[in-house]
Ligand binder design. Structure first.
Ligand code: NAD
Length: 301
């Protein structure tokens, strides 16, 4: 069934996600602080709203795709200078879907405020980049109460290929940062191993042939190999053009470290990964694909 949807945050990800909702036949009212982003959304068949609250008022569903926790709290709870207040503006029973990658505490605070106001809310961060947003093949990790997740599923399925209910509020964000912490650590482990192999006179292709069939096997090796050659589609073969930028990896590693600190978890490998990606970004490589960190590990960045 078709819904009236308010869509807030029309950037690299939100823009193409919105386009898949208008394509599916929904009536979409769009809001962003950027006039360019608004114009693109209009081109994709949405109408313009003058504010987040105007996009939300009377809508059946509100979807957001914003940079960070402060923006999500601002838009939904009206904190700070964000001019928000979507929770106060939404009609009773409306469904709120935040797809941004944000800290677990902010996700839980906004989810609790929504529930308090009689609204259904899920945190639904995504795996997959701009290409997957355009193709409608994102993976959603969805935290929230059962009734909210059930209501969100058909909308999310129009923007993605997989929708995984991860548990209560905040667990979607928890899944996202735990996964990306694994990814960051694993990429560094693969990079270090190829660097060591080179110094030992072991050919990169031979290490790949062994480890892709042995216990070192992981996605960072077999799909996203950080040296050119073994996996022709990996960013290493195009001078580390992203893909997934080092700056975005650093953002997610910082969220993981913040969550570890507030929850009392010890994550020394995640901390090391955060430090190494911060160094790589501070050297001016934030826009490089995250697998490009092998150059720094190899003393060549
Ligand atoms: P982006 O910077 O391209 O887009 C964010 C948009 O939000 C901008 O257009 C900005 O103007 C708008 N915005 C900021 N504050 C606002 C407010 N108060 N009201 C309305 N609009 C506001 O970022 P993006 O790449 O689209 O990423 C969005 C989220 O998705 C981030 O949390 C990011 O970590 C996550 N993510 C991105 C990717 C990716 O490959 N780009 C992949 C997975 C997850």
């Amino acid at each position: 069934t078709m819904a009236t949807i308010g869509f807030i945050g029309l950037g690299n990800m939100g823009g193409p996600m919105l386009a898949n909702l208008t394509k599916a036949g929904h009536t979409v009212r769009a809001f962003d602080l950027s006039a360019d982003a608004l114009a693109r959304a209009e081109g994709a068949g949405a109408s313009r709203a003058a504010s987040a609250t105007e996009a939300a008022a009377g809508a059946d569903v509100i979807v957001s795709m914003l940079p960070a926790g402060q923006h999500v709290r601002g838009v939904y709870m009206g904190e700070g200078a964000e001019g928000g207040g979507v929770i106060a503006a939404a009609r009773s029973g409306a469904l709120l879907i935040d797809c941004s990658t944000i800290d677990v505490d902010s996700a839980r605070a906004v989810g609790a405020a929504a529930a308090e106001a009689g609204l259904l809310m899920v945190d639904a961060p995504v795996s997959g980049g701009v290409g997957a947003a355009e193709a409608g093949s994102l993976t959603f990790m969805v935290g929230g109460p059962d009734d909210a997740v059930t209501a969100a599923r058909p909308i999310l399925e129009q923007m993605g290929k997989a929708v995984i209910h991860t548990g209560g509020p905040g667990t979607g964000q928890a899944a996202k940062i735990c996964n990306n912490m694994m990814l960051g650590i694993q990429m560094l482990s693969v990079a270090e191993a190829f660097m060591l192999a080179k110094r030992l006179g072991l050919d990169a292709q031979k290490l790949f042939d062994v480890s892709s069939k042995a216990s070192g096997q992981c996605w960072s090796l077999t799909t996203y190999c950080p040296v050119p050659g073994p996996v022709p589609t990996s960013p290493a073969n195009r001078d580390y053009t992203p893909g997934f930028s080092a700056a975005m990896m650093l953002k997610d590693l910082k969220l993981a470290q913040d969550a570890a600190a507030t929850s009392g978890a010890a994550t020394p490998m995640g901390a090391a990964a955060e430090g190494l990606y911060a160094l790589f970004c501070n050297q001016g490589h934030g826009g490089t694909d995250f697998s490009g960190i092998i150059r720094m590990i190899d003393g060549q960045a």
